[in-house]
Design a protein around this ligand. Structure first.
Ligand code: NAD
Length: 347
């Protein structure tokens, strides 16, 4: 053997997948024994939320429509008041990572069971991780009770994603898979998940970008987002996620766009020191992963540089220093000079 003992942990989770799966949500609340549902929904999911309200009928206790990015504690407290006043006994979160984050924040404070119905490829619905912000400071905690017990993937909910969000959110998922491939605690299981996720994303994304209404392609992307989310849950993330966390927190940047533009730079930085990940990604891309993924990352009209996102160039060095000081695994030891150069390249 390799002389290395690996540890694989999974969280109990019931997952429903397929076109129309969202119509099973009322039945899933019944399964939980819930008769008073709190529905948290992003504005972008209003139509699906309206349908769900009608389908739930008297089982809907209260609806909250204003989840915010990075789960601000003030918003959670506002929703918590509604939850308590309505005596809700379950939480259904419908939307992107922001709505899912609020659902987790409410569930962890109340112990209520949750059903997550994601509309992006961020993957938060299958992780035991919650990032929250208070007074501009983001703190992240990990606890198995944070993970939703039921996840409903309906690709029809992703048909309305604009091209930019489709691309950047899919690359956000790809980043989870890539970092799982070079994680020191990767297992045969996480390697399998990451390989299938990366393969599926790189195959389906160009097709979906060319034909946004391609439901089969959307379904494949969503399934890969699920697998990539499991990678995030199972392995320790490295430099890429540290950079995204530090930059996103310092400059309040859009999550998916930031992940998408950083990924090629982190790949170029790490792949020479991560031969197993490099070999897999070369096989999957059929070429140079940095070129292929870099080409995808800048193939949209949205911001593709840190400069375009409004990051001040002179602020990059402090981010490099902070990221280098954090403890996390990475195939190549990050040093301030090299990380500052990486960031300057992304700028
Ligand atoms: P988001 O939920 O903030 O959504 C981005 C924008 O897209 C919003 O305006 C939203 O309304 C819109 N949108 C969402 N779905 C749409 C759809 N189907 N069609 C059209 N518009 C749609 O962004 P996100 O990237 O999904 O999630 C980012 C947040 O999730 C961040 O706060 C991040 O930290 C968190 N996150 C957490 C984890 C975790 O494991 N804890 C993992 C990934 C992301």
């Amino acid at each position: 053997g390799s002389g290395r003992i690996t540890v694989h942990e999974t969280l109990p989770c019931r997952v429903l997948l397929g076109a129309g799966a969202r119509h099973s949500v009322p039945e899933e609340t019944e399964r939980l024994g819930s008769g008073r549902v709190l529905l948290v929904a992003s504005g972008s999911a209003r139509a699906a939320a309206d349908d769900l309200v009608r389908a739930l009928g008297p089982r809907l206790a209260v609806r909250f429509d204003r989840p915010a990015v990075h789960t601000p504690v003030a918003v959670t407290e506002e929703a918590l008041k509604l939850l308590r006043a309505a005596d809700a006994d379950s939480v259904v979160a419908l939307g992107g990572g922001s709505a899912i984050g609020l659902g987790k924040a409410l569930s962890v404070r109340t112990g209520l069971p949750q059903i997550a119905v994601p509309t992006t490829y961020a993957g938060s619905e299958v992780t035991p991780v919650l990032g929250e912000t208070k007074d501009g400071v983001k703190t992240t905690r990990r606890d198995p009770v944070i993970a939703p017990g039921t996840v409903v993937y309906d690709p029809e909910l992703t048909l309305g994603m604009p091209a930019g969000l489709t691309l950047t959110s899919a690359l956000n998922a790809l980043a989870h898979a890539v970092e799982a491939l070079w994680a020191p605690n990767a297992t045969a299981a996480s390697d399998a998940l990451a390989t299938e996720a990366a393969d599926g994303i790189l195959a389906a994304l160009p097709e979906v970008l060319a034909r946004p209404g391609d439901l089969a392609g959307r379904e494949r992307l969503q399934q890969c987002a699920w697998l990539a989310g499991l990678c995030l849950a199972q392995t320790r993330m490295g430099l890429h996620h540290q950079l995204a966390h530090a930059l996103g927190g310092t400059f309040d940047l859009p999550h998916a766009e930031l992940h998408a533009l950083l990924l090629p730079h982190v790949l170029a930085f790490n792949l020479p020191a991560a031969p197993k990940a490099a070999a897999r990604l070369e096989r999957i891309t059929g070429g140079d992963p940095v070129t292929v993924i870099g080409g995808l990352a800048c193939s949209h009209t949205g911001p593709t540089t840190l400069k375009a996102l409004g990051v001040p160039r002179e602020g990059l060095r402090a981010v490099a220093e902070r990221v280098v000081a954090q403890p996390y695994p990475n195939p190549r030891t990050p040093e301030v000079e090299a990380v500052a150069r990486l960031l300057d390249g992304a700028w």
